[in-house]
Design a binder for this molecule. Structure first.
Ligand code: MG
Length: 379
């Protein structure tokens, strides 16, 4: 089976987060233009990679992401995708390794690695389809109903709004909820809306603090009993600082901004986190995720993948989670999209993966057409 063409699609689907944040621009942080969970956004993007073959099978992948999509799109169109045209699928592992080596000088993370991640996912989708197996089975996972956790957008540290939206998530059936807030009153309101006896609360602060401030927060928030405090430190890959913050008694998570598998390894080596969070569309695709799973197991570190996606990246993570313990939930953004890319994938607290070969769900062709903001074909 040979790859004949690779299509790149940027989708932009409007959503509602239950609050018209455009009426309250003051709650957006000045520095969060590229943070997908910022209250400034009213639409979410997905950069989709569609790999065509000479036998008619099509593989789907997703490359990170959001505000960096124009750059990743260019990296894919001009550098990465052409490397894979004419490739025999049987040679995919060697081809991916060769491509990683060819572009290593451009960094261990960033648009080149994001682009390769998208291709990697699509090639795994194709390989599973060629084997006639759903991806979870092809990976050696167990079919089970997956639990999803609600990843709320930021409500600008407004305690009343945060409490209200955590309540909405609970009403929808979620018992594991993550915030994107940075101030104690907002987190406390969430904890009151979701007591520790009734569910898990996580807080993603997106790297705002130096080490001493992060240590202070980790001490002050200890009583909240968070399942984890995510990325408290700037810069996000300061493993030494994270390790010291972790010793203050609040459970920590990080990993979505690590520089590939070796960046994850540095966090593991320093015992910097309780929960490691590789991101499939950033770290190097499914191949890299499997390596991270192996390494995390060696150090006894929990893995809960980062997944602020709604496209093939989300599906890839769901399949991968069948390799992890049953209580590991899949992250989904808690927003209502104007249209669903996968009509069969509702953002409800439980998800049953399809038994069809590959990623299993097919994107809605009309949604792909209607919300497409950029498109290119290579090959
Ligand atoms: Mg995060």
């Amino acid at each position: 089976m040979k790859i004949t063409a690779i299509e790149l699609l940027r989708l932009r689907v409007p959503f509602s987060a239950g609050t018209d944040t455009r009426e309250h621009p003051a709650i957006a942080r000045a520095d969060d233009r590229f943070n997908a969970a910022s209250p400034r956004h009213s639409a979410m993007e997905s950069l989709i990679v569609q790999v065509h073959t000479d036998c008619g099978l099509t593989g789907w992948g997703e490359a990170f992401g959001h505000g960096s999509n124009p750059v990743t799109f260019a990296a894919l169109q001009q550098v990465i995708a052409p490397m894979f045209i004419g490739l025999d699928l049987a040679d995919r592992e060697a081809a991916l390794e060769a491509a990683r080596k060819a572009v290593h000088g451009f960094g261990s993370t960033g648009p080149m690695v994001y682009g390769l991640s998208g291709i990697d996912i699509a090639l795994w989708d194709l390989a599973a389809q060629a084997a006639g197996q759903p991806l979870w089975q092809f990976l050696g996972g167990e079919l089970r109903e997956l639990e999803l956790y609600a990843s709320l957008v930021s409500y600008g540290n407004d305690p009343a709004a945060v409490g209200y939206h955590v309540g909405r998530a609970r009403q929808a059936g979620f018992t594991k909820v993550k915030l994107h807030e940075t101030q104690y009153p907002a987190v406390l309101a969430a904890r009151q809306a979701l007591p520790a006896s009734e569910g898990q609360l996580m807080v993603d602060v997106n790297c705002p603090w130096g080490e001493s401030e992060a240590c202070q927060v980790a001490r002050d928030w200890r009583e909240l009993g968070l399942a984890w405090l995510e990325e408290p430190v700037w810069p996000p890959d300061d493993a030494h600082a994270l390790a010291r913050v972790r010793r203050q008694g609040t459970r920590l998570s990080a990993g979505e901004n690590a520089a590939g598998v070796e960046g994850i390894q540095a966090l593991l080596d320093h015992q910097a986190v309780d929960v490691i969070q590789p991101s499939v569309a950033k770290v190097g695709g499914i191949t890299a995720m499997l390596e991270v799973f192996k390494r995390a197991q060696r150090t006894g570190t929990n893995v809960v993948p980062h997944c602020f996606y709604f496209g093939p990246g989300l599906l890839a993570v769901a399949h991968l989670c069948t390799l992890l313990p049953a209580d590991v939930p899949v992250e989904v953004p808690f927003i209502e999209f104007e249209a669903l890319l996968y009509p069969e994938l509702a953002f409800t607290p439980r998800l049953r993966l399809p038994e069809r070969p590959g990623l299993g769900f097919a994107p809605d062709a009309q949604v792909l057409q209607r919300y497409r903001i950029d498109h290119a074909r290579v090959g």
